[in-house]
Structure formats: C-alpha cells, structure tokens
Ligand binder design. Structure first.
Ligand code: S3P
Length: 203
C-alpha cells in the first residue's frame, strides 16, 4: 500500500536520481497500487502531453477528458459551447468525470475547468491520486493555442489578463483537490513525468 501523498513541495532536479522513463521497472513495481492518476491544472499546463508520457511510463491506459468527450459526441468542444453554452459543456464534463473516476488504473487528464464543481473535485479525490501541474501565466500564454478546444479564450483581447482571471478563481481549487503538486515551468515533459514518478514512489 502506498502512503498518502501530501507533498506540495516542488522537487529539485537531482542528477542521477532520474526514475520513470529511465527505470520504469522500479516504478512499476512500486505502482502496483491501481488507483487512477489524475492530472489537473490550467490550460497550457501540459496535462495531455504529461498524461500521455506518464501513462506510457507506467504502461497504463491514458484518457483525456476533452478528447473522450469529443469522441463520444462526435463534435469538437467549441461546438458544444456554441450549441449548449458553458453550462451544457460543464454538465457533459461532470457526467464524464463521474464515470471515468470510477475506473481503475488509468491516467486521466482533465480540462482546466473540471475543478470548478464541488462534485467533480470530490469525485476526482475519491477516484485516485490527483496531481496538480502548477504553471505560470507566462508559460500558459506561450503554450495555449486558441483553437477548437478553448472557447473560453476565443476573442479575449488580453490573453494574459484572461488567463490570470481564470487562475484567480481556480488556483485554490487545484490546490484543494490535489495531493501532489508539480511545477512545470522550465521543465520538459519528460522531467515533469520524472518528478511525478519520484513523488509517487517515495515512501
Ligand atoms: C477549459 C479548458 C479546456 C476545455 C474547455 C474548458 C477551461 O481544456 O476543457 O475549453 O475551462 O479551462 P484544457 O485545459 O485541456 O485546455
């Protein structure tokens, strides 16, 4: 049984202490625990990329909530927002989270606003180990593309301002729901994955 992870301290990069992709068997052995690993964080925090590699390292299935929603509805996120508004999107997201959180042994990446509902936060907490990818506004600005998936950013004349506005409300919710926090600024995807694995496998 793995311990209850409550580490909120960002891990320093310690040369020679790379786990994960370099030594997957060690990690796999320690990760017999089949609790889901659930990624939360703002748009542009790298949830999908990190989730994908984390799942690969642990040989687990990876599910991205938005991709799953698009696959099930057959339309992209922006069309759901256009037709049903943010309320409609959140209702679909809530239903999907309720279902996916009951799976076992998956890596799940959630949309940036998934933490807004109390109900979602509770399900995510109960559904696995929640990992917050903490990311600065500057980095989010560099990473986000105002594409199909991000109607909340569409037409915002001041992108940093808009992202900061969203973060002001959401940052306490990410911190509240997560038991592991990892900083992503200045780290490559692979390094973020290593940091997560290190935190998960430390007793
Ligand atoms: C949203 C983030 C998006 C997507 C939707 C709403 C948000 O996901 O779920 O556009 O409220 O922050 P990403 O965080 O994967 O971009």
């Amino acid at each position: 049984m793995l311990p209850e992870w409550r580490c909120r301290v960002p891990y320093p990069d310690i040369p020679g202490l790379r786990l994960g992709l370099d030594r997957p068997d060690d990690v796999l052995m320690k990760m017999k625990d089949t609790r889901n690993l659930i990624l939360v964080g703002p748009m542009g925090s790298g949830k999908s990329a990190v989730g994908h590699q984390l799942a690969r390292a642990l040989r687990r299935p990876f599910i991205d909530c938005d991709t799953e929603l698009e696959a099930r509805t057959g339309v992209d996120i922006s069309l759901i927002f256009k037709q049903e508004g943010e309320t409609g999107f959140r209702a679909r997201e809530r239903e999907l989270i309720a279902e996916l959180a009951t799976r076992q042994g998956i890596v799940l990446s959630t949309g940036g606003g998934a933490v807004l509902l109390d109900e979602n936060r509770q399900r995510l907490r109960e559904g696995g180990i929640v990992i917050y990818l903490e990311t600065s506004i500057e980095l989010q600005v560099k990473r986000v593309r105002r594409g199909e998936r991000r109607p909340l950013l569409a037409g915002a004349p001041d992108l940093p301002g808009r992202l900061a506005e969203l973060m002001a409300r959401r940052a306490p919710l990410y911190a509240d729901v997560a038991s592991v926090t990892v900083r992503t600024d200045g780290h490559r995807v692979r390094d973020v994955v290593d940091q997560i694995l290190r935190q998960l496998s430390s007793d």
